[in-house]
Design a protein around this ligand. Structure first.
Ligand code: SAH
Ligand code: SF4
Ligand code: F3S
Length: 448
């Protein structure tokens, strides 16, 4: 029986795709292993979003190759994901030991490609644009037992000037609502308590009759589920109807990831983002009005071509004004083929680093303050697992903060995930006793 090992880079959509590849291969009777040395098929699921992400994946590919047996015992190497689509044939030239190159739209063909390669020893390239797979049943194998990712759409039509995603993931296409509902119902039946609906821009989800608000309402009504999350949102497509629904639907978590990218209207325009800084702030306000205490997180790019110190100051000011719960800050990385790659990458590496650190510093201060405001309060936590010490519990608040819960076990005593007394998969009230930037510590009220 063929054993396969998968390693994943990139965003949650790639994590889902890896879980999907695992499901497809298992359906063919292959077995997943978690040690590369046990595998006859090694898959690297790659990301192209920044140069660094690409380099990390290929460094890992070399490592795996060097550690693997050679000659007749060499495992089959497969490069999957966004870089497979972007580089195609070039991967075989640069990494001659790679046997299969498979883009995200071709994962269903994986078992066939492996078979053909094993029979013919001819390299297999599967990077054609195809959309039929989106209508298929997705036999995903989830790593986590309590929460699951569910892709609701693929691709992107936005063509933000810096972004490679529309080129590697293709045009936006939504899964039919009934397929998503069937998948989530199946998950709830198996005991999953939380789902995260995924897409590059979930706000523009639409199948023939339903938009994203309809989908969110439908998913929140399914019995068994306790929490629903979704990401990523695009500020230009976030409607009043959706904001209202987020406020009204109890199972929809109090967390929205709303990427700002820049606080300067001039740069937002150059990025082709389709909104202004004041529109963005209006959305932040509306979200907080609809769901008080909602956590808002964001992505920011520093050093986009032509970003002056003044533009950057606007970003920094907006970060402080919006009081995000967390900001993920990235240094602009030119991506060949995108429209911004035609522009001079004119902010120096040191200046990009300086700007990144300034945003991080401001954000850490805000995050710390917001987390410390929770000390003494009771928050609801979905308990996911034992913490790494085998003693405390680990879970998330509705706003996605990590909580470590003191279980009051005697010193030296450890528990196991099979311990029936542990409230795994349950929502429990926790009194917060201390806080770091993103992690909270507390005691479970029900255990006192
Ligand atoms: N669809 C999502 C983003 C996907 S990429 C959205 O629109 O929000 C995740 C983040 O990577 C982006 O939000 C952006 O901040 C960052 N990013 C994308 N391309 C980049 C580039 N060329 N250089 C630096 N950061 C980039
Ligand atoms: Fe990239 Fe923009 Fe699409 Fe997000 S919305 S994936 S940043 S092109
Ligand atoms: Fe990376 Fe592809 Fe996701 S480029 S960020 S893995 S969509």
């Amino acid at each position: 029986m063929l054993k396969f090992f998968i390693t994943t880079f990139g965003c949650q959509m790639n994590i889902y795709d890896s879980e999907l590849m695992a499901g497809i291969l298992q359906a063919y009777g292959y077995q997943q292993v978690f040690e590369p040395r046990d595998a006859g098929l090694i898959i690297i699921n790659t990301c192209s979003v920044r140069e660094h992400a690409e380099e990390r994946a290929f460094a890992n590919l070399w490592d795996l190759y060097h550690q693997a047996p050679k000659k007749a015992k060499k495992p089959v190497f497969c490069v999957a994901g966004c870089t497979a689509k972007k580089m195609g044939e070039e991967i075989f030239q640069k990494y001659p030991f790679v046997d299969l190159v498979v883009s995200p739209a071709n994962v269903y063909d994986l078992p066939k490609l492996v078979n053909t390669f094993q029979k013919t020893r001819r390299k297999q390239l599967a990077i054609k644009n195809q959309t039929s797979y989106i209508k298929k049943n997705f036999p995903v194998i989830h790593a986590n037992k309590i929460k699951a990712l569910v892709t609701i759409m693929q691709g992107c039509n936005n063509y933000c000037a810096y972004c490679v995603v529309p080129y590697v993931r293709g045009a936006e296409i939504s899964r039919p609502l009934k397929n998503i509902v069937a998948e989530v119902k199946g998950l709830a039946k198996k005991g999953y308590r939380e789902v995260t609906l995924l897409g590059q821009n979930v706000n523009s989800y639409h199948d023939s009759k339903n938009d994203f608000t309809d989908l969110l309402k439908k998913i929140s009504s399914l019995p068994g589920l306790l929490r629903v999350r979704f990401m990523t949102n695009h500020p230009k497509d976030m409607s009043g109807t959706l904001i209202k629904a987020i406020g009204q639907l109890d199972k929809v978590c109090g967390h929205v990831h709303l990427p700002l990218q820049s606080g300067s209207d001039r740069i937002l325009k150059a990025m082709n983002r389709g909104y202004t800084a004041s529109h963005f702030l209006g959305l932040v306000k509306a979200l907080r009005r609809a769901k008080p205490d909602i956590a808002i997180t964001t992505d920011i790019i520093v050093g986009f071509p032509g970003e002056t110190k003044k533009d950057f100051q606007k970003t920094l000011a907006l970060v402080k004004q919006a009081k995000f719960d967390a900001s993920f800050v990235f240094k602009y990385s030119p991506r060949p083929g995108t429209s911004a790659a035609e522009l001079a990458d004119d902010v120096s590496a040191t200046e990009k680093q300086r700007r990144l650190e300034l945003v991080n510093l401001a954000q850490q201060k805000i995050a710390r303050e917001l987390s410390q405001n929770l000390i003494g309060k009771e928050v609801e936590v979905l308990v996911e697992d034992l913490a790494t010490d085998g003693k405390n519990l680990f879970g998330k608040t509705t706003g996605y903060r990590t909580v470590i819960i003191d279980t009051s076990l005697a010193p030296g005593q450890r528990s196991t995930t099979n311990d029936q007394r542990l409230p795994l998969g349950q929502l429990i009230p926790v009194k917060i006793t201390s806080a770091k930037n993103w992690t909270l510590y507390g005691k479970s009220a029900i255990r006192e």
